[in-house]
Ligand binder design. Sequence first.
Ligand SMILES: [Zn+2]
Length: 491
Amino acid sequence: MQKPSYFCFFSLLFLLSCNSSKMARTAAIITPDIVIKNVHVIDAKNSLRTNMTVLVKGNKIGKIGKENSLKYNGDKAKVIDGKGKYLIPGLWDAHVHLAFIKELTPAMFDLFLAHGITSIRDTGGQLPLVLPEREKARKDPQNTPRVMLAGPLLDGVPTVYDGSTPNNPHLGIGAKTVAEANKNADEMIAAKVDLLKAYEMLTPEAFKAILAKGNAAGIPITGHVPLSMDVIEASNAGMSSMEHLRNLEFACSSDWEDLLAKRQKMLFDGQAEVGSTLRRNIHTAQRIHAVENQDPTRRAKVLSVLAENETWQIPTMSIMMAGAKRFNVRPDWLESFDLLPEPVRSMWRTNALKFAETPIPEATTAYANWFFEMVGHLKAAEVDIMAGTDCPIFYLTPGYSLHEELALLVQGGLTPLEAIEAATTKPAEYFNMENELGLVEEGMLADLLLLDDNPLADIRNTLKINAVIRDGKLHDRAALDAIKADLKTDK
Ligand SMILES: [Zn+2]
């Protein structure tokens, strides 16, 4: 009597197992949203892989392989013929100020996207101005770059960016005491900033208090090495990264201890001065002297500490070279101003051309030469580097300028692949996102850039953008041109 029921039970199991294996077989065939066929794939880990087919499903990279080895059904997919094209991860600009020029802020996201910048790191802006931008980006990830932000510069007193002049907008907040520095850092952490930025006028004690807060919150602390400190001391205290190689020249000078003592005295005596004036006076007193007295032994020591402590460098060659190289009056650069909203467009054109007529001071050239050489030394010492521009300061067109940064890093000694690494895998790693972003690999987020020519042959080919994929959405050349046309008509 019971036999039939056993029979039914086993036959049911059999049917179920048949069904599930059939389901498994069906699941193995991917139905991608985007297929890029026979494309050369480049990323920092795998270098160059030729003639691969890349499947994008949702906002992730599904599979990568030779076209004939992949099982997929591309009936409903956007299929791109990648023959002769190059696919790289979406680029980061790791040093941006979204809120530096208020008329420009609304155009910034489009400018980045149109130039293949799919992530940015904002390194200084007041919270009420930058937090809404991050919110906007989070709500519309397919059409905006990913935004990581620091909030205002956590500075000392006097404060450099105190809003006292147009060149020193109110980007900073000053702390006179350790208690105030703690309070400022707490406020940023409560606002859920992605990193902290410590600034030049801090006392060593206040600086270390901010580092402790950032480390406890598990977020990176970047900044300018305070003028009151030596680079080694700042690195040993746990600074995650340094912007603009700022004040590194002092630390590598043969008389670095004497320079440090003199800076501390100037800071002590200058308490009543305007922050930006005091800072400029200190730079003027020491920078070129230091550049002319670099000590290779001391430099090797400093760089070995930076490498050992993993204190990353964001040289921001674009802004540091702009004065010496004058690239922002090249015809292509002036053309990029057409994408800016008025009145920025006209102002930049006039002011950049006017600036280019001024002679290049000897000190500017000397400092620029030091900068170039230092990038080579950083590479040799295996110090980590990220690509960032400091746009939109100094006529640096958002988006466009990151490509100049890559070219300058290559001129400074990085290989094109290392420059791409500095703008892709390195920033992802900086924010502990290396398992989801920065490589063209299965399961990674689909932020991608399709190029018409090989960036390993000439890094300037990163500008030959055929398409941008952001969070799984394809922006083909026509869509990118439409964004640009829209920017151009903006008055
Ligand atoms: Zn900056």
